[in-house]
Ligand binder design. Structure first.
Ligand SMILES: *Cc1c(COP(=O)(O)O)cnc(C)c1O
Length: 422
C-alpha cells in the first residue's frame, strides 16, 4: 500500500524522467469543470483524438472534392489500396505477418465473418468455450452462430465462471476446461483482455490447449490491441478480431481489425462469406462471375471500405508505429504499477484485476462498496474521467500515450476522499 503523498513524490520523479511524456501533446483532451484538460482514464472505452486525425480526414475530403472518382487511383493516398497504409503498422502491432492482418468492418461483424470460417460445428463437436463474463456482443454472436447452425445454445455454449467467491478465472482452470471438453469442443474464443475484470490470458498456452483437443482457437482483442504486446503469428491462434476505437484511438466506430493465421492463407476448404473486395484485385473490376479470393486475411474483405474512417485510424496507427508497442507497454506497466499499490487495500475498495503485471493490461477494475455511481460523478467533478459497470465496478485505464503518472495519483486522491466519506 502506497499513500497518496508517497505516490505524489514518486509520480513527480517518474513524469520528469518519462521519455514518452511529450507524446501527450499529440492528443486532444476534453476539458473538465475547471477548464483544464481532464485526466482521461477511459481510453479503454474510447481513446482520445490524435491531433493528426483531422489532417488525415481533411486530406481525403480534399481528394474527393478535387478528383471525384479518380481519387480511387490518383493522388498520394489513393483509396483503392488505402487499407494497405494500415497493414504493416497493424501487423507490427499484433506480431503478425502483413498478409495475416486486414483492417475492415467493425468488431462484431468480423467476429461473425471469421466464425463462419472457423466455427464449423458437427453433431459430435459443436461447443464454444469462452469466459462467462464475455462482452454481451460476443455472447450474442456465439449464441446466434450456434442457432444458425441448428444447434441449441444451452448445449453448445460453455461459459466459464470463476470458482465460487472468486472474481477471476484461474488460468489453470481455463486450460483444464479445454481438456475436459475435449473432442466436443469446436471453438475456444477468449477475450484478451477481459473487458470487465481487466484479466489478461496466455494466448500461446490457450492456443496449444485448444489445438491439442482439435478445436479452432480465436481471440477477441478489443481490450488487447494497443494495450498488450502480442505475437499472434508465433502463438498460433487461428484468428483474432479487435476494434480500433478503444486503446487504438481510431475514433468512434472506427474500423476493426482481423488476423487470420498464415496456415489458412489460401483458405482451402474453409467456408467463407464472400464479397467483391475479397476478390483478387487484379481482376476485381473485370466483374467476372467467379469469386477468386485474395490470399491471406484480405480475402475476408467484403466491401469497398469507408476511407474517411480509415483516415482517422491511419493517423493513430502512425503514432503507434512511431513509438512501438514494446515502449508503450513498458510505460503502461509502470502507470498501472503505480496505480495498483495506491488503490489496492484502500478501505471500501477491492481491486479485482490481477496484481501480476503479466496477467493484466492497463486497466484496473475496482469494486466500490459505497455508492459507485456517486464516485464516478465525484471523479468527473474533479476532472477525472472513469467509467462504471453495474452493479459496482469502476474501471480506470491509464493510457501510456497521454496519461501522466501524476494523473494516476490524482485519481487515487479523489477515490480516497470518496471512500473516507469526505
Ligand atoms: C468493445 C467491445 C465490443 C464492441 O463491439 P463492436 O462491434 O465494435 O461494437 C465487442 N466485444 C468486446 C470484447 C468489446 O470489448
Amino acid at each position: 500500500m502506497l499513500s497518496v503523498e508517497e505516490g505524489r513524490a514518486l509520480a513527480e520523479d517518474l513524469d520528469a524522467r518519462d521519455a514518452l511524456g511529450p507524446l501527450r501533446d499529440s492528443f486532444l483532451f476534453p476539458r473538465g469543470p475547471d477548464g483544464a484538460p481532464v485526466v482521461y482514464l477511459t481510453g479503454n472505452s474510447l481513446g482520445l483524438q490524435p491531433r493528426t486525425a483531422r489532417e488525415r480526414v481533411e486530406e481525403v475530403l480534399e481528394e474527393w472534392a478535387g478528383r471525384g472518382v479518380e481519387g480511387h487511383v490518383e493522388g498520394d493516398s489513393p483509396w483503392l489500396p488505402y487499407h494497405r497504409f494500415l497493414t504493416a503498422p497493424t501487423a507490427r502491432l499484433v506480431g503478425a505477418q502483413p498478409d495475416e492482418v486486414v483492417v475492415m468492418n467493425t468488431l462484431t461483424v468480423n467476429l461473425h465473418l471469421l466464425m463462419v470460417s472457423f466455427y464449423r460445428p458437427t453433431a459430435g463437436r459443436h461447443r464454444i468455450l469462452y469466459e462467462g463474463s464475455a462482452f454481451p456482443s460476443d455472447r450474442f454472436a456465439f449464441a446466434s452462430q450456434v442457432r444458425f447452425h441448428g444447434f441449441d445454445p444451452a448445449e453448445s455454449l460453455v461459459p466459464l465462471s470463476p470458482r465460487p467467491g472468486e472474481d477471476l478465472l484461474r488460468p489453470e482452470d481455463l486450460l483444464d476446461a479445454i481438456a475436459r471438453e475435449g473432442e466436443r469442443l469446436a471453438l475456444v474464443l477468449i477475450g484478451d483482455v477481459n473487458y470487465l475484470t481487466g484479466q489478461a490470458f496466455d494466448v500461446a498456452a490457450i492456443t496449444r490447449a485448444g489445438h491439442a483437443v482439435g478445436a479452432t482457437v480465436g481471440f477477441d482483442l478489443a481490450h488487447g490491441a494497443g494495450n498488450l504486446v502480442f505475437q499472434l503469428h508465433d502463438d498460433g491462434p487461428d484468428f483474432a478480431v479487435w476494434c480500433s476505437y478503444k486503446y487504438l484511438n481510431g475514433g468512434p466506430g472506427a474500423l476493426g481489425g482481423a488476423f487470420v493465421h498464415a496456415r489458412h492463407r489460401e483458405a482451402r476448404g474453409l467456408p467463407r462469406f464472400e464479397g467483391w473486395w475479397g476478390h483478387d484485385e487484379a481482376s476485381r473490376f473485370e466483374m467476372g462471375p467467379r469469386f477468386q479470393g485474395m490470399a491471406g486475411a484480405e480475402g475476408w474483405q467484403l466491401s469497398n471500405p469507408p476511407i474517411l474512417s480509415m483516415a482517422a485510424l491511419r493517423a493513430s496507427m502512425e503514432l503507434f508505429d512511431a513509438v512501438g508497442m514494446t515502449a508503450l507497454r513498458r510505460k503502461s506497466e509502470r502507470l498501472t504499477g503505480l496505480m495498483d499499490p495506491l488503490v489496492r487495500g484502500m478501505p471500501g475498495v477491492a481491486v479485482i484485476t490481477p496484481a501480476d503485471p503479466a496477467q493484466r493490461g492497463a486497466q484496473l477494475s475496482l469494486r466500490i462498496h459505497r455508492d459507485p455511481p456517486g464516485l464516478v460523478q465525484r471523479l468527473a467533478a474533479a476532472g477525472v474521467v472513469c467509467d462504471f459497470r453495474a452493479p459496482d465496478i469502476v474501471r480506470a485505464a491509464p493510457a501510456p500515450f497521454y496519461t501522466r503518472f501524476g494523473d494516476v495519483v490524482r485519481f487515487a486522491e479523489v477515490l480516497r476522499s470518496h471512500v473516507q466519506g469526505r
